[in-house]
Design a protein around this ligand. Structure first.
Ligand SMILES: NC(=O)c1ccc[n+]([C@@H]2O[C@H](COP(=O)([O-])OP(=O)(O)OC[C@H]3O[C@@H](n4cnc5c(N)ncnc54)[C@H](O)[C@@H]3O)[C@@H](O)[C@H]2O)c1
Length: 702
């Protein structure tokens, strides 16, 4: 038998202990070990019960996902076969669960007859997040053990539950206290079962209670998740599998589940979602930051600026239990900032997501000040003041004078040069960019901007802090807009140019939302305020590369005071929640087109999509070439988590991989030719894209 599963016996009980670090992934060797162990225990007449547990701590993190892309998940024995073998055992089988029982790990536990778990265990079926469904019996056994509604909720949301919740739902039999050894507890449980002559249970004999649910239950459930799952393929297949569990005997339900699993596994969506899964793990590996780099201790945090971003950033740290000082030179702004934080917490408490005591606890961690001398003992300072270089430099000079040696000095700038800000101090090695996204207390993405002199231990420290405040940190280099906003620039440039060439805001937004963005570019600019886009361009005229038509329509709207939603008018007109076309936009576009010698024409939806997306992808290739991002998957994480790029497409670079880099390259070349001088200026393919396409490779090769 393989070392991946340890087989041992003690008295009447056989133990199968998974032994495959780090999380007992169910690769071929583990599957084989389980199957062999069960065969051995079944044949041994002295064995009366079987305990399945872990030799390394966590019970089981699930299938070995790398096997999906390699195709080896189909190497025998197949996971469903092994679990059917366990379910069919004539001897009681007890799962002993500590730590994780996720995906295939929970399906393994469900195939056992009884489950004993520690109160720290997490049990769930997160397959839907990988674009697939639980394909080893989870969709058939969980409804039988936990009821249809509970199972459906767990399978479609992918959200795990605690051992206590699992016991309430009926699929954990015993929860053991912290510190108790779960294998000992499972052994005691097995002995009790044997003393009671408790039978081995077979899921096939368990009824599914469909009658207690309304006849339109599944239809209503579908409606309830419609918005959240728009565009995703797997949730509907999960529902169909649970529906099958309601009407089919177990053996046929398992067959149906297997068919639905195969329908999902080879789709671009499953590849995209698995790409993002691996991308998150890869993002933690930062070139130049060694594994054994020591992080600096961070206990006290200070945030400079109590405006929109400062307040949101402060909340992250209060939520994670950090003593935090919010500093603003303007006492009124400071008071307003504290008020906004309290109000946000109170709204959350009203929704029942925080208790009154928790609100006070968090507010109790907050101190405020208008004096820099009050933050001299802060370990981490995050600046979120006005976006002006002279203001930022003055703040960093003051921080340099007042902060203790070794304090990390971070800036939340969106567009300014972090190297220049760092040089305003005598300690550029301690300076870093922490680019939070708005609303900063909600958005998970954090661009960590590594300046030329930022020291590796500073990066290591902020990555640790990011994990504590539950952010997804992606390390990027210094350039205008870093990764996210830099890639957004050509996307927006093309959307605005297409309006001059003949497209309408409605067409652009429709094409982009049909692609999967939650909103199109014109609606997005209206929401953010086109004054921001106008003023940023004024401050950074170099982005236009001398193109006089660049952003022309935004200029016209700005000059009319039509800033978007905040003034009730922008690309659209707003009346409360109602949004309608702004008829002036066409006239303004015609005037701008005339001024810049652009001939208006009918624009196809395909052109809208290609011209918005391909330059964005091309910019990603330039970013990779320049080393601003370490890997294409980092750009994807930024786009999916910060810019609404549909997760089921895996991010712009993965989308390009999926449609083929040659197609992207050919389209860029086509527009380069078709659009004359404009095309020559903006549609030059990045050398990296050209090379990869010519070599028949994808961005994953970088
Ligand atoms: N708003 C966004 O969506 C967003 C997103 C990402 C990053 N950012 C960046 O975050 C920073 C702050 O943006 P915001 O939208 O919160 O601005 P804001 O205008 O809402 O707040 C800025 C605050 O800084 C204070 N302030 C100004 N100078 C100061 C000084 N010298 N010392 C202490 N306090 C000072 C002001 O009183 C004000 O309360 C900017 O650099 C911006 O580019 C903003």
């Amino acid at each position: 038998m393989s070392d991946s599963v340890i087989y041992k016996t003690q008295g009447q009980i056989a133990y199968l202990l998974l032994n495959s670090a780090p999380v007992n992934g169910l690769g071929q060797a583990v599957r084989q070990g389980l199957s062999d162990g069960f065969a051995q225990a079944s044949q041994d007449n002295t064995i009366k019960a079987i305990v399945v547990g872990s030799n390394i701590g966590p019970f089981c993190g699930g299938a070995d996902i790398a096997e999906f892309s390699a195709g080896t998940f189909a190497d025998k024995p197949l996971l469903p076969q092994v679990f059917n073998q366990i379910d069919a055992s004539s001897k009681p089988v007890i799962a002993a669960i500590d730590g994780l029982a996720l995906g295939g790990g929970l399906e393994l536990a469900l195939a056992c007859d009884y489950r004993v778990a520690t109160n720290k265990a997490k049990l769930g079926l997160p397959e839907v997040h990988l674009g697939i469904l639980p394909g080893a019996g989870g969709t058939q056994r969980l409804p039988r053990l936990a009821g249809i509604a509970n199972a459906l909720q767990m399978i479609v949301s992918g959200t795990p539950v605690s051992a206590q919740q699992a016991q309430q739902l009926g699929f954990v039999d015993l929860v053991v206290k912290e510190g108790e050894d779960v294998i000992t507890a499972a052994t005691n449980y097995a002995e009790q079962l044997l003393a009671q002559q408790a039978p081995a249970l077979n899921c096939a004999d368990m009824p599914v209670d469909r009658e207690s649910l309304p006849s339109d239950y599944f239809a209503e459930f579908r409606k309830s998740i419609e918005r959240k799952t728009r565009g995703f393929y797997a949730p509907e297949r999960c529902i169909q599998a649970v529906e099958a569990a309601c009407v089919l005997p177990l053996v046929d339900g398992l067959k149906k589940e297997g068919e639905l699993f195969l329908e999902c596994i080879n789709t671009p969506q499953a590849r995209a979602q698995q790409h993002l899964f691996f991308a998150e793990r890869a993002a933690g590996k930062v070139p130049g930051v060694a594994k054994d780099t020591q992080a600096r201790p961070v206990k006290k945090v200070a945030v400079i600026g109590s405006g929109t971003m400062g307040g949101g950033i402060v909340m992250n740290f209060l939520n994670a239990g950090f003593a935090t000082t919010m500093l603003d030179l303007n006492a009124q702004a400071l008071e307003r900032g504290v008020g906004v934080i309290r109000k946000n917490y109170e709204i959350t408490a009203k929704k029942g997501k925080l208790t009154g005591q928790q609100v006070e606890q968090r507010m109790g961690l907050l101190t405020t000040s208008t004096q820099y001398s009050d933050i001299q003992d802060a370990d981490l300072v995050i600046e979120a003041v006005f976006e002006k270089m002279d203001v930022k430099k003055a703040v960093f000079k003051t921080l340099d004078e007042c902060c203790k040696p070794g304090a990390i000095l971070a800036t939340n700038t969106s567009t300014l040069d972090v190297n220049e800000i760092a040089e305003a101090t005598s300690r550029p090695q301690d300076v870093i960019g922490l680019h939070f996204f708005s609303p900063a207390n909600v958005m998970r993405l954090l661009e960590v901007v590594r300046a030329e002199k930022t020291s590796p231990d500073v990066i290591k420290t902020v990555l640790g802090c990011a994990a504590k405040i539950k952010k997804l940190p992606v390390v990027v280099g210094v350039c205008f807009g870093f990764v996210g906003n830099r890639m957004l620039e050509p996307y927006g440039r093309e959307a605005l140019r297409l309006l001059l060439e003949g497209a309408t805001p409605e067409q652009i937004d429709r094409v982009l939302t049909e692609f999967g963005f939650p909103m199109g570019f014109c609606s997005m600019i209206d929401l953010a305020g086109n004054d921001i886009s106008y003023l940023t361009r004024q401050a950074h005229p170099e982005v236009t590369q001398g193109d006089p038509s660049y952003g022309a329509l935004v200029d016209s709207l700005y000059e009319l005071g039509h800033y978007g939603q905040k003034t009730g008018c922008g690309f659209y007109q707003y009346n409360g929640r109602d949004k309608s076309a702004n008829p002036d936009v066409i006239t303004l576009a015609e005037q701008a087109a005339f001024k810049h010698g652009i001939t208006r024409r009918e624009i196809s939806d395909q052109e809208v999509l290609e011209r918005c997306l391909y330059p964005l992808i091309n910019e990603g290739a330039l970013i990779l070439e320049e080393g601003i991002a370490a890997r294409a998957s980092d750009c994807d994480l930024i786009y999916v988590n910060g810019y609404g790029f549909p997760a089921w497409r895996g991010g712009p670079m993965q989308y390009a991989n999926e449609i083929g880099l040659t197609n992207v390259l050919n389209a860029l070349n086509k527009y380069k030719e078709q659009l004359g001088e404009y095309g020559e200026r903006w549609f030059k393919p990045a050398p990296l894209l050209q090379k990869l396409a010519t070599d028949g490779k994808s961005f994953n090769a970088v």
